[in-house]
Design a protein around this ligand. Structure first.
Ligand code: ADP
Ligand code: MG
Length: 722
């Protein structure tokens, strides 16, 4: 009864109920009318949700900035979907004595004493007691005189700090009026300087911008089966609760978000399928020559992947294919052969790598096997050479280009770019991926990644692409032997390294450089270089990101040529360096790397036929999780398994892996934990789009609103343009 009453009051007080079409809205000229109930909601009716946060009453620039930091966006919709992470039940009372620092508590206390500030910088302090102990309420800003008088008994709620203080309690009410306390309260994720009371009113206003008569986009049988509330009911139940929301509320919104994603992907995929491409076929002559120069047979997995790519190239549609393969699985050769097919068909091909180092490596690989001219285009290619390359690309005399993002810069033109290969795609933004494809007419796109992408991520971020997998490694490889060592036993590690060098091995010695700007890390690399140099002499080289490119590349080249035997390096060697004779890798402070990154690093060895070793050095006091992670690496070389486990083990804020983003862009759903919902959404989207590809049915029109709500702008535009 109580809850129902509150709900009814809210409705009556809210301006956007049926019958009232004019809404007070002082700050949005374009938004003066709400749709009437009789009028269907159109996507543009959602525009007020996409206004900036400052459009909300009482939200100025400074507050908007704080809010944006917590919500991850500066628009009203970002606040709408910034759901509480938990709820407080205000009916539960604590005592001062039993409250733990950091805990949000509700207390019933007597006001003992009020300490007024001496200067304007000091706070007002109110000493209170509940018989179990004493605490201070602290007010830096306005102090609610009327509510806190010496001798009065009050209910207060707020966060207790470690000095038994509550700064600016969230609520204060006379003890005889517990009804003035909200029964349930939202605990939103906050950022420094942002408090729950900042959000309370803006959230109410933000949610009220959702049209009251927004239609249901889910099928009735699904709603019934899942026992889900309507969108608005779920949103209000979570953001403006009067009772603790049932789990179905969040599930419904998570499903909304996942469905929006899957429908968007479905739309893009269908568009790709319809988009005209060109058929690239060849006589295989260039390929045969290249394979001969390469000197190895393709593995079964390589042949299979290449056949899939060939089928795409030959088809009259545009290729959008992702080639996944662990480090060292032999993707580069596959890409090279695919590129030569484009050349056999009389066109050009380009491959884009994330770093110049990697681009140069690809350039060497390609130059060594390609029967036709190739050229490198990167930041350091300037002057006459750059002019020569640009000319060759423009007139077609250079059929194969290798480069960095310099390839997609303005001023770079191809005569006829038919195939764009993008390596290590996770390092590029989606835009860059699209941009290289746009350098030609109907260009086929092949994306390669050595970072195994977890299944759920494939479905959510890559769903519009076809995928090929290169499993296993070229024959003749032995598994890498991985061991872990405490830093205190570095002596044994050094002895092992000395033995390996005597036996003819080349050794990578990797130090973490979490951010290239961290001087202390840099100092550590240099110090390690110095100690190794002292012990082993001038067979030790040094390569890191702060060096001049020429110096660094020379150091790597010396190592590759065997002139130096130990290369002390930061993660500049993570991607792509290919030195088959290197068979030992030492990684210092392994606990500071992400698992996937360690796996990538380790992939730099084990490329030749010799037995390879990876020695992981860790700090002596290691956390339990870190220990588990390193153990996993010792146990397996299966990149896909490591990626999945990494994903699972990666708790929030843990040192290992914090630099790798999980699944970006999700506000409500977590595709990992909501995997069941994700698959449901995938099927749902498929059925929907098969029956109604242009989303013109009543449900389709409602789904358009869903796409708008969850910012699936690309899909939305695609729909409207076709
Ligand atoms: P990736 O790009 O997937 O990390 P690469 O294409 O660089 O892998 O290949 C790793 C190493 O294996 C290279 O030294 C390459 O020459 C070699 N390689 C690739 N394919 C084969 C093959 N079929 N047989 C023998 N060696 C191969
Ligand atoms: Mg590679």
């Amino acid at each position: 009864m109580g809850a129902a009453m509150v709900g009814a009051e809210k409705q009556a007080a809210s301006p956007n109920v049926a019958g009232r079409e004019r809404v007070f809205c002082h700050d949005m000229a374009s938004y003066s009318e709400r749709p009437q109930l009789s009028q269907p909601v159109e996507p543009y009716h959602l525009d007020p949700l996409f206004a900036e946060l400052t459009a909300l009453r009482g939200v100025g620039d400074a507050l908007a900035k704080l809010m944006a930091r917590a919500t991850g966006g500066n628009r009203v919709i970002d606040l709408v979907f910034h759901l509480p992470e938990s709820y407080l039940d205000r009916r539960e009372r604590s005592t001062i004595k039993s409250s733990v620092p950091g805990q949000v508590v509700t207390l019933e206390v007597d006001v003992i004493r009020i300490e007024r500030p001496q200067t304007s910088k000091q706070p007002t302090k109110v000493m209170v007691s509940d018989g179990s102990g004493f605490a201070d309420l602290v007010f830096f800003r306005s102090f609610p005189e009327a509510k806190l008088r010496v001798g009065s008994r009050v209910l207060i709620a707020g966060k207790m700090d470690d000095r038994r203080q509550i700064a600016h309690p969230d609520h204060i009410a006379p003890a005889e009026h517990p009804d003035r306390f909200p029964a349930v309260e939202q605990v939103w994720p906050l950022s420094a300087g942002l408090f729950a009371w900042h959000l309370r009113r803006p959230v109410v206003e933000a949610v009220s911008r959702v049209p009251e008569n927004i239609p249901e986009w889910h099928d009735a049988p699904l709603m019934q089966r899942e026992d889900w509330p309507s969108f608005l009911e779920a949103l209000r139940g979570l953001q403006l609760p009067t009772t603790l929301p049932a789990p179905e509320f969040r599930r419904r919104l998570a499903y909304d978000e996942l469905l929006a994603g899957q429908v968007a992907i479905g739309i893009m995929k269908r568009r790709n399928r319809e988009r005209p491409g060109r058929s690239l076929v060849g006589d295989g002559k260039l390929r045969a020559k290249a394979l001969q120069a390469f000197g190895h047979e393709l593995t079964e997995a390589q042949r299979h992947a290449l056949a899939e790519i060939d089928a795409d190239l030959a088809a009259p549609n545009r290729m959008m294919r992702l080639l996944q393969g662990d480090v060292g699985s032999g993707k580069t050769v596959v890409a090279a052969l695919a590129m030569l097919r484009a050349v056999e068909a009389g066109a050009q091909a380009a491959i884009m790598a994330p770093t110049e180092l990697l681009a140069r490596q690809h350039a060497r690989t390609l130059a060594a096997i390609s029967p036709v001219p190739t050229a490198l285009l990167a930041g350091t290619v300037t002057g006459k050479e750059r002019a020569r390359v640009l000319e060759g690309l423009a007139d077609g005399s250079i059929p194969i280009a290798i480069g960095t993002h310099a390839l997609v810069q303005e001023g770079v033109a191809f005569r006829d770019l038919a195939l764009a290969v993008i390596d290590e795609q996770h390092r590029f933004g989606v835009n860059q991926r699209l941009m290289l494809g746009q350098k030609g007419e109907q260009t086929d796109v092949l994306v390669m990644t050595a970072t195994p992408i977890p299944r759920t991520m494939l479905l959510t971020q890559w769903g519009e692409m076809q995928t090929s997998r290169l499993s296993g490694k070229p024959a003749g490889r032995q598994p890498i032997r991985t061991t872990t060592h405490a830093l205190s036993s570095i002596g044994t590690v050094l002895q092992a390294v000395a033995r390996a060098i005597n036996a003819g091995a080349l050794v990578y010695w990797v130090c973490p450089l979490v951010s290239e700007s961290e001087t202390s890390d840099l100092a550590a690399v240099e110090a390690r270089y110095a100690t190794l140099f002292e012990r082993f002499g001038d067979i030790v080289g040094l390569a890191h990101g702060r060096q001049d490119t020429n110096v660094r590349e020379a150091a790597i080249a010396d190592f590759a040529a065997g002139k130096t035997k130990i290369l002390v390096a930061t993660t500049v060697i993570e991607v792509g360096v290919d030195v088959p004779a290197a068979s030992v890798m030492v990684i210092e402070q392994a606990e500071r790397f992400g698992l996937a990154q360690l796996h990538q690093l380790r992939g730099r060895v084990g490329r030749g036929s010799a037995q390879s070793f990876c020695l992981l050095l860790f700090d002596d006091n290691l956390t339990e999780t870190a220990r588990k992670r390193l153990a996993l690496l010792r146990e397996t070389e299966d990149g896909f398994r490591i990626a999945d486990e990494d994903f699972r083990l990666r708790g929030g804020g843990d040192l290992l892996g914090t630099r790798q983003s999980g699944l970006p862009g999700w506000k409500i759903a977590d595709p990992e934990t909501d995997e069941g919902l994700l698959h449901m959404a995938g099927r749902d989207a498929d059925v929907l789009l098969t029956g109604d590809p242009r989303l013109t049915s009543p449900r389709g029109r409602a789904i358009r609103l869903l796409l708008r709500l969850f910012d699936r702008i690309e899909a939305f535009r695609t729909l409207n343009s076709g």
